[in-house]
Design a protein around this ligand. Structure first.
Ligand code: HEM
Length: 429
């Protein structure tokens, strides 16, 4: 592990601890509370000792939690009542502007349409064959001979950043440029989220995150300028597509292209890393299911979908309510914070049969781990395809993969975000 890799891994483990709080498994409590009411008058995230984004930067906003599948789905469908502005506050401006998550109305629709065109199925397919598959396979091949690895630092934290780097269309044959980009990306993403209980540490992290954002901005805009000058922008990578983009006779300038790319970097990294870590962890915990998936690769997609229901990486979505409302007899005043517990809603028996079971049977209802409604994740198809490639590659190249008994597997942890902090595995060489 290089020094930079080690630092980043330590930062990730410490952030994972901050997300984990003092309770490893929140589901029994979710079940107990959800059986009583779909809404909880209080902030479970803060109760668990985890920084709560809905409570605001000083942690003082009154917060309610939604746990039932129906109320959660309704809330996600109504961003006018359940405002996503809280994300702007949570990231403290680190992601720049514009950011889809806290855009509204026609401007939001326009940007979503633009991103949907750029992340079209044809574009993703082209990028998968030409770039993502060879990259992910190359990453895993580089440590196959070792027979063991801590997979979070050796592979899982990095591969979604590599994928997005190539998706943007940044120079893939320049390892130093990539190294700089990935280090800055992690500083930017991990630094944006703050812990109100540690103001000094938060200040330093935010300052580093702003600096990393500026450095990535400079790195990207230089490439955009060079590409525009060369006239070579025929591919499916995002920079090429944004350079070609035209709407009602208008095109995008270099700054607009760069600003459009940056938030996707934050959206695509940690979410996918933690999501994939959960897929692998749940299968490693269940060797019979792992064997089943290894022998029948049509189950790879099912395992990923079921993981996103059973243990999605993004487990809580914060909102602020814009008018007074009442749910199940509980009065929620305008201006309150709401933590939408998608992790709890995904285990609601009213929506899913045997919700507490991780099963490779196909389920009929989609989980809410990628959100729902107007702000539903735009990167879901990309994230799923990346996770499929990563799982198939690991099953192909790491025979008989299993937990390393010396690795102290801690299980999947966290409230706001969930994943194992580390994943020590071994395989036959
Ligand atoms: C497993 C991986 C991922 C998970 C679990 C995930 C989850 C989510 C969730 C829950 C939201 C909605 C947030 C809210 O309503 O408050 C969201 C939004 C978004 N995601 Fe993802 N995401 C993942 C990967 C990606 C990737 C790879 C991209 C790549 C571009 C991406 C791009 C976006 C964007 C642009 C939005 C904002 C959409 C909007 O506000 O209109 N995500 N994601």
């Amino acid at each position: 592990m290089s020094v930079a890799e080690k630092d980043i891994n330590q930062a990730f483990v410490s952030l994972s601890k901050a997300y984990a709080g003092n309770l490893g498994d929140p589901y029994p409590l979710y079940k107990k509370l959800r059986d009583q009411s779909p809404i909880y008058d209080g902030d479970l995230v803060a109760d668990f000792g985890v920084p709560s984004l809905a409570a605001g930067r000083d942690g003082k906003r009154k917060v309610f939690c939604l746990l039932g599948n129906e109320v959660v789905t309704k809330a996600l469908m109504d961003p006018e009542l359940y405002s996503t502005e809280v994300w702007r506050e949570a990231f403290g401006g680190v992601l720049g502007d514009p950011v889809l998550l806290y855009m509204k109305g026609p401007e939001h629709k326009f940007s979503r349409n633009m991103l949907a065109q750029i992340l079209s199925p044809a574009a993703i397919k082209d990028m998968v064959d030409k770039h993502f598959k060879p990259t992910i396979e190359g990453m895993v091949k580089s440590f196959v001979a070792n027979g063991k690895a801590e997979l979070m630092s050796a592979f899982i934290l990095d591969f979604p950043i590599r994928v997005i780097y190539e998706l943007f269309g940044l120079p893939s044959k320049d390892p130093a440029a990539y190294e700089q980009f990935s280090t800055r990306a992690l500083i930017m993403v991990l630094g944006g989220l703050i812990d109100p209980r540690k103001p000094e540490e938060a200040q330093e992290r935010i300052a580093n995150a702003f600096q990393a954002n500026k450095q990535i901005y400079d790195q990207i805009i230089e490439i955009v300028q060079t590409r525009r000058a060369s006239g070579d922008f025929s591919g499916y990578d995002m920079i090429s597509q944004l350079l070609r983009y035209e709407h009602e006779g208008k095109t995008l300038d270099d700054d607009a292209i760069t600003q459009f790319l940056l938030p996707n970097l934050a959206a695509a990294g940690e979410t996918t890393s933690r999501g994939f870590a959960n897929v692998l962890a749940l299968l490693l915990e269940r060797p019979a299911l792992l064997e089943q998936v290894r022998n029948d690769r049509s189950l790879v997609k099912t395992a990923i979908n079921e993981t996103m229901r059973f243990e999605g990486s993004v487990s809580v979505l914060p909102r602020i309510v814009t008018r007074d409302l009442e749910i199940d007899g509980v009065k929620v005043p305008a201006g309150s914070g709401v933590n939408i517990l998608v992790g709890a809603a995904n285990r609601d028996p009213a929506a899913h049969e045997n919700p507490e079971e991780f099963s490779l049977q196909k389920r009929t209802k989609q989980a809410l781990s990628f959100g729902f409604g107007p702000h539903m994740c735009m990167g879901m198809p990309l994230a799923k395809v990346e996770m499929e490639i990563a799982l198939n590659t690991i099953l192909d190249l790491l025979p008989n993969i299993r937990f390393d008994p010396a690795g102290n597997y801690e299980g999947i942890k966290g409230i706001q975000f969930r994943s194992p902090p580390t994943l020590n595995v071994e395989w036959d060489v």
